[in-house]
Design a protein around this ligand. Structure first.
Ligand SMILES: [Zn+2]
Length: 91
């Protein structure tokens, strides 16, 4: 008994890979706070301070309008949401 055909080999593509969609909020805008620091406005409702205080926080890009424009509408990591998503010891 020859078993030639092993049946149609099914490609293992049952649905997409378990690739997580980018759940990061989108960067919707910028404004400057009272001290002139740039603040990112995110679609999650949070804001992220983008302080440029070298050498501690080096975000020279945020001073450049072109660079800021480039990030508009892009996913942006929200520290607040990230903290919520991370398992926290509440006790
Ligand atoms: Zn957020």
């Amino acid at each position: 008994m020859l078993e030639n055909g092993k049946g149609p080999s099914l490609p293992v593509t049952s649905g997409e890979c378990e690739r997580e969609p980018d759940r990061r909020p989108l960067l919707q805008g910028f404004h400057q706070d009272a001290e002139g620091h740039w603040v990112a406005e995110l679609s999650c409702g949070h804001t992220q301070h983008l302080r440029h205080q070298p050498p501690w926080q080096n975000r020279a890009w945020v001073l450049d309008p072109t660079q800021r424009q480039r990030l508009l509408g892009q996913p942006f990591t929200c520290g607040w949401c990230a903290a919520q998503a991370a398992p926290m010891d509440k006790e």
